[in-house]
Ligand binder design. Structure first.
Ligand SMILES: Cc1cc2nc3c(=O)[nH]c(=O)nc-3n(C[C@H](O)[C@H](O)[C@H](O)COP(=O)(O)O)c2cc1C
Length: 325
């Protein structure tokens, strides 16, 4: 399938794997790229620019297809060495970067000069227009249903995507709640040129996370996510568990007096033990409502082939039938 996104990133299918902390290692990114999508290494999961450079080199050994790097700009206790990470990306010959969180304007000139295409992930039309205006090449428009940080506007994709299509000139992918061929066709119908998936890619054979994480996603329904950190205006959609119950109880009792320190035990530095060790109740971890549509753990190739076959069949059969009638 050819779209502006497949053309821009030199990929076979209009499917991107969003950056995911402690999931987006070389194994994940390479599996998605080898299956014809665009895999992304999560930059900040690598603790230094040197480690990111090594991860990029490792990914290159696993695939000769294009892959990218996610760089997330969120409020953090210690600001990462962003210029160092950008240098590692450019020196590593990576040609696609997904930025997320704060405005990436400061880093665009260096990336553009190196011929890197920048896809900025955002959760509102207002931020999408800003990203277009500062020169981003594409957007990943992330609806309220998404795993991770949905922002504070709470606009779901059935509204957000057509609104983005009305306003934007540059291509965008639909992100949040995407799982299968139905999602892809719906995304295309609403004006997107492809889709970005997070949670769905975790429940695959190649995802380098503990089996407990994959099992938890398969077992979850669409009712099992919760929004945390809303009082801090840093909302995150996570899978409900014992730590999340504890965290929400603190939010309720402390009200407007809540500070990050009050919930640090549930959210700070918990990813390695959850994703690698499989300690599922240790803390809050991002998960989308789309868990309700995930019922198996296929290989990435099986998943992407199935999505594309389903999408083609919906377009050429189900939709064509309505068109003919
Ligand atoms: C476990 C997990 C970790 C994530 N970590 C990041 C991250 O570090 N940076 C980022 O930009 N997005 C992150 N995301 C968001 C995804 O890139 C993607 O936008 C989102 O998962 C899409 O929604 P979906 O889960 O419904 O597919 C994360 C998502 C999950 C599920």
């Amino acid at each position: 399938m050819k779209t502006r996104i497949t053309e821009m990133f030199g990929i076979q299918h209009p499917i991107i794997q969003g950056g995911m902390h402690y999931v987006g290692f070389a194994e994940m990114a390479a599996a998605v790229s080898n299956a014809g999508g665009l895999g992304l290494i999560t930059g900040l999961t690598q603790r230094s620019p040197e480690l990111l450079a090594q991860e990029i080199a490792r990914c290159r050994e696993m695939t000769n297809k294009p892959f990218g790097v996610n760089l997330t700009f969120l409020p953090m206790v210690n600001t990462p060495d962003y210029p160092g990470y950008i240098k590692a990306i450019i020196d590593g010959g990576v040609k696609a970067v997904e930025t997320a969180g704060n405005n990436p304007q400061k880093y665009l000139p260096a990336l553009k000069e190196a011929g890197v295409k920048v896809i900025h992930k955002c959760t509102s039309v207002r931020h999408a227009l800003k990203a277009e205006a500062i020169g981003c090449d594409a957007l990943s428009v992330d609806g309220f249903e998404c795993g991770g940080h949905p922002g504070e506007d709470d606009v779901p994709n059935f509204i957000l995507l057509p609104r983005a299509a009305e306003e934007l000139k540059i291509p965008f992918v639909a992100s949040g709640g995407m799982a299968d061929g139905r999602s892809l066709v719906a995304a295309l119908a609403l004006g997107a040129d492809g889709m970005n998936m997070g949670t769905r890619f975790i429940a695959t054979k190649e995802a380098p996370v503990h089996q407990n994480v994959k099992d938890a996603i398969v077992a979850a329904t669409e009712l099992d996510t919760r929004l945390v950190m809303r009082p801090l205006r840093n909302t995150e959609r996570v899978l409900k568990n014992a730590a999340v119950d504890r965290l929400l109880e603190k939010e309720r009792t402390l009200g407007t007096a809540l500070t990050f320190d009050d919930i640090a035990a549930e959210v700070a530095g918990v990813y390695p033990r959850i994703m690698i060790e499989g300690e599922m109740d240790l803390g809050a971890w991002s998960c989308g409502m789309v868990a309700g549509l995930i019922r198996d753990v296929p290989t990435v190739q099986e998943l992407i082939d199935r999505i594309m076959a389903e999408a083609h069949s919906i377009i050429s059969q189900r939709l064509a039938r309505f068109d003919a009638a």
